[in-house]
Ligand binder design. Structure first.
Ligand SMILES: [Zn+2]
Length: 293
């Protein structure tokens, strides 16, 4: 073998293995290629055996060439070993980033206000800390009414009698002071009562109420709006019933139940065996009269 043939052979082996390594699909395949080149009967090993037949002069050129090629294969092995050791797989997807989610109360409130908006109700708001006039007096809840009892209400220690609003109805009193009928409003928000915390009571909870005042508005409108609202909330198949009831500020009054979605009316723990879940109270408001509308 001449020195120029040796150079060509080195070049051929180098190109061949570079291509094969680039196409290898696993670390094991790369290792196989390294053995094929540098193993006892490897292509490069065989080539380097011919070095001994060269003249001293030719060995000075051929030696470094062969060693550089050998070193390149060993470098590839070191990289492979390192990759094996760290078990680093660059093809794995990254860790998912926690995105969080909206609070269930916000989700429920948005759903309800969206349905009421479709029914023509306008969003209205009022203060959380309210005077007795707007929280009680204007709503047909006079001074002697039990709803004002200290056991039901958080009174705020101040010069004028203030309370944390016990219902969203303070929005009705404030809205009707400033707006003349016809009016159709919804008042969603936080309310406060001096209740001990248990499965069905909380000192802070959320209400949503609607008020519709216009000529020729009757119980029929109340019933159709509430039916549309409940079906919007629980789906078209939801079964709803209206029961006569009593509230100090509506006459006549109704309570609205939905057939238990957990047991489909058969009776379970959630509906206390009745098959129905009480959802809301409603009626023809006497407050508008109190406010002389
Ligand atoms: Zn049930």
């Amino acid at each position: 073998m001449t020195i120029s043939e040796f150079k060509t052979a080195c070049e051929t082996i180098s190109q061949e293995y570079k291509t094969k390594i680039a196409q290898a699909e696993s670390l094991a395949a790369v290792e196989e290629l390294r053995v094929a080149a540098l193993g006892r009967k490897g292509a490069l090993t065989e080539l380097l055996k011919g070095l001994k037949d060269f003249s001293i002069e030719d060995k000075k050129t051929a030696g470094p060439l062969g060693n550089a090629l050998k070193a390149a294969f060993f470098a590839a092995k070191e990289i492979n070993d390192e990759l094996n050791k760290t078990e680093l797989d660059l093809t794995l997807p990254g860790y998912p980033v926690a995105k969080g989610h909206r609070h269930p109360l916000s989700v429920a409130q948005d759903r309800m206000t969206e349905i009421l908006a479709h029914l023509g109700f306008e969003w209205a708001e009022g203060p959380w800390v309210e005077d007795e006039k707007h929280n009680f007096d204007l709503l047909n809840i006079p001074l002697h009414h039990p709803a004002r009892d200290a056991q039901d209400t958080f009174f705020v220690d101040s010069k004028m009698p203030l309370v944390l609003r016990t219902h969203t109805s303070n929005v009705q009193s404030r809205y009707m002071e400033k707006h003349k009928p016809p009016l159709r409003i919804m008042a969603p928000g936080r309310v406060f009562r001096n209740d001990s915390l248990d499965a069905t009571h909380s000192p802070v909870f959320h209400q949503i109420e609607g008020l519709y005042v216009d000529k020729n508005v009757s119980m029929a409108d109340l019933k159709s709006d509430l039916t549309a609202f409940m079906k919007g909330l629980f789906g078209n198949k939801a079964e709803i019933r209206f029961r006569p009831s009593f509230f100090p500020f509506t006459e006549p009054s109704v309570e609205v139940d939905v057939k238990c979605v957990f047991c489909q009316g058969k009776g379970c723990n959630v509906c206390k065996g009745s098959g129905w879940i009480e959802m809301l109270g409603a009626g023809v408001s006497q407050r508008a009269e109190k406010l002389r509308y």
